[in-house]
Write a protein that binds this ligand. Structure first.
Ligand code: GDP
Length: 303
């Protein structure tokens, strides 16, 4: 339901265009595929991905001998689902937890993409599932970041490990990991700074935080999740490319999908980065976080 409502904007543009494309459709010719490609690019699927989808569809439509509008539409939807599922195992868009000892998730991403909010929402969800959750205020750089995470901690009812602004984030994380181990927390969610303008420092900082975590808990962090703002479209993709070159990412959180006509970015991420989208943000409230479900997504996109 929420998925459906939230994807309304994407649907209104992408689906409306696709429908009008199909409404005027006479035969599956070059022009049809050119138009389809354009529609996909406008939905921010990305150029390479749009061409790839269009090429593969051409083959499939031929193979299935699809002639009616309905048949072609079904082939397209199935293609989007396949595209999402073919490259990884089905389970790779799930979050992974430690068998024993604390699970650690590291959250990275540029300022303003919704990192802190996502941590709050996930803390809320995990707590509801009965897990003991601890937060680490590892963004000691941005003014207000510590306070913001503390607010979420209060709202959700989970403790937040913090130090004064400008402290070494790795030392905050060290304290948090120690506390998680000693006091038997199930999951530690670590916030980090997102100042991409000083890329080298940021990447060094993230590497140091990772090292501190792994030294204390060799199997952690179980997830390094990059938050991306879906409303920024292709810009999000380029941020992801930058992070990917220096930080080993295990998944992507696509935020603000409730406010965008650019849901196609999901496919671009999948095809150009090969990193699974694991969570989607569908609003600013505690409940507005969902697991990514490719079938629901493709269906929602096409309506
Ligand atoms: P950070 O700098 O990456 O930690 O970003 P914040 O968590 O502070 O989020 C920046 C803004 O985006 C805040 O106003 C959030 O309420 C808003 N936000 C975060 N996630 C979502 C979402 O899924 N949907 C909407 N509509 N807003 C969001």
């Amino acid at each position: 339901q929420k998925y459906d409502q939230s994807l309304e904007k994407s649907r209104n543009t992408f689906s409306a265009k696709l429908n009008s494309l199909l409404a005027n459709f006479r035969s599956v010719d070059e022009e049809f595929f050119d138009n389809l490609e354009e529609t996909l690019i406008e939905a921010d699927v990305g150029f390479e991905t749009a061409v790839k989808i269009s090429d593969e569809l051409k083959q499939e439509v031929k193979l299935k001998n699809a002639k009616t509008t309905q048949e072609v539409a079904e082939t397209i939807i199935q293609k989007l689902i396949d595209l999402y599922e073919q490259e990884g195992q089905n389970e790779d868009y799930q979050l992974h937890y430690a068998q024993t000892g604390p699970t650690v998730f590291l959250f990275v991403g540029v300022n303003g993409v919704g990192k802190t909010t996502t941590i709050g929402k996930l803390a809320f969800r995990l707590k509801k599932e009965g897990k003991r959750v601890l937060l680490a205020a590892g963004d000691t750089f941005r003014a207000g970041a510590i306070e913001q995470l503390t607010q979420w901690g209060k709202k959700v009812g989970v403790p937040v490990v913090q130090k004064p602004a400008q402290s070494d984030p790795a030392s905050v994380v060290y304290d948090a990991v120690k506390k998680a181990q000693q006091e038997n927390y199930d999951v530690l969610l670590v916030d980090t700074a997102g100042r991409l303008q000083n890329k080298v420092n940021l990447m060094r900082e993230l590497a140091k935080i990772s090292r501190v975590i792994t030294r204390e808990v060799p199997t952690a962090p179980q997830e390094v999740l990059l938050a991306l703002d879906a409303t920024t479209g292709q810009n999000a993709l380029s941020q992801a490319k930058q992070f990917k070159t220096t930080t080993p990412l295990t998944g992507i959180i696509l935020t603000k999908l409730d406010g965008t006509a650019r849901g196609g970015i999901v496919l671009a991420i999948r095809n150009e980065l090969h990193i699974p989208v694991k969570l989607v943000g569908l609003g600013e409230k505690m409940n507005d976080l969902q697991d990514f479900d490719p079938e629901k997504f493709a269906a929602g996109l096409f309506g």
